[in-house]
Design a protein around this ligand. Structure first.
Ligand SMILES: C[S@@+](CC[C@H](N)C(=O)[O-])C[C@H]1O[C@@H](n2cnc3c(N)ncnc32)[C@H](O)[C@@H]1O
Length: 332
């Protein structure tokens, strides 16, 4: 069966990342896969593959807001090929921190090691090939080298790759994996069993926190959330409520230019930034729930804004010679 490949240049990572995200989310034409490659200094190549011939008009409409940063689109018909073999070759094992995520086609090559995770590319998101997942795996790796977590929530689990990774490096932990897509939860359950953590990874169908198992406050000490900025921001109070003081959230699915907004939302809700890392235009934020500051942050200035405001408050208090009440990192 032939495939259709649409490709165009993007000038700057921001334009390329935004175009690739738009094509990934577009329902019509629905792309089988969208990739973003670096193609020279500040120049990127966006490629999208389709099963049926896409309407160039619909694609142009979807990308109209970004037109200035994009080159001319070219549509090609790809000759009949063994697409399964080609896509497997294009999905090599991904090393992220201690983890090695691979498909069944690489099982023999990888061998049995504790941090190898076998995930078949399919209809759920999360093979490790996307930077948002790889950055989360690296954050889990770093965090669990210096701290133990007992109750982990993977919110938007897709294939379950993050839940499985957490269960692997936290041998005593219970992990709850949630997705609002029943296909994803079915795949995550199979993957958890196949990767020998089925007893400790419970997978449930829920949208956000709408499930009886997610009602208790302070139930988790680690939340993994590879979602989009909109849901991450909307879920800020619920994630805060679900975490114990001192608990940590790893927030992914955020383009570099969107990180400040997500940071501001969590900072205003009483989180402290622990770490942030970037790759291919994506940012992952690791934040810790702290006790609320005595006066909650009023604007959206992010961590820096909050620290600046705290500094200003401190100077005002010192001027009045009143004791300064610090933020308390409870339970940390
Ligand atoms: C970007 S994928 C992340 C998959 C996997 N955790 C990873 O890191 O590769 C986001 C997943 O979140 C799910 N999702 C999106 N919004 C959700 C919500 N409000 N509640 C539960 N799941 C949600 C989607 O169905 C999708 O499977």
């Amino acid at each position: 069966m032939p495939l259709y490949k649409l490709s165009f240049s993007a000038f700057g990572l921001e334009a390329g990342g935004a175009a690739a995200s738009l094509l990934t989310e577009l329902a019509e034409p629905r792309a089988l896969a969208v990739t973003l490659f670096e193609d020279g200094p500040a120049r990127f190549l966006v490629e999208a593959y389709y099963e049926t011939e896409p309407s160039l008009g619909a694609v142009a409409d979807a990308l109209s807001a970004l037109r200035a940063g994009l080159g001319e689109a070219v549509l090609e018909t790809m000759p009949d090929q063994n697409w399964v073999a080609l896509s497997q070759a294009a999905l090599p094992p991904i090393a992220a921190g201690r983890f090695l995520v691979h498909g069944s086609h690489d099982r023999a090559r990888v061998g049995a090691r504790r941090t190898a995770i076998e995930i078949e590319a399919g209809e759920a998101f999360g093979t490790g090939h996307n930077a948002t997942t790889a950055l989360c795996l690296e954050a889990i790796d770093r965090l669990t080298r210096r701290r133990r977590f007992a109750r982990v929530l993977d919110l938007g689990c897709g294939t379950g790759v993050l839940a499985i990774a957490a269960a692997r490096v936290l041998p005593g932990a219970c992990v709850l994996a949630v997705d609002n897509d029943p296909l994803a939860t079915a795949i995550a359950r199979t993957n958890a069993r196949f990767n020998r953590v089925g007893r400790r990874v419970r997978v449930i169908d829920a949208s956000g926190f709408a499930h009886p198992l997610l009602r208790s406050p302070r139930a988790f000490d680690l939340v993994l959330a590879n979602l989009l900025p909109g849901p991450l921001i909307a879920l800020t109070p619920a994630i805060r409520r679900a975490l114990r003081p001192g608990g940590v959230a790893i927030l992914s699915g955020v383009l570099d230019h969107q990180a400040r907004e997500v940071d501001a939302s969590y900072c205003a809700a009483g989180f402290q930034m622990m770490a942030r890392s970037h790759r291919a235009g994506w940012t992952v934020l690791t934040v810790m729930r702290v006790a609320r500051p005595s006066r909650p942050a009023q604007d959206n200035g992010g961590t820096h804004g909050a620290l600046r405001r705290l500094g200003q408050a401190k100077r005002r208090r010192n001027a009045r010679r009143q004791p300064y009440r610090r933020w308390v990192i409870a339970g940390a």
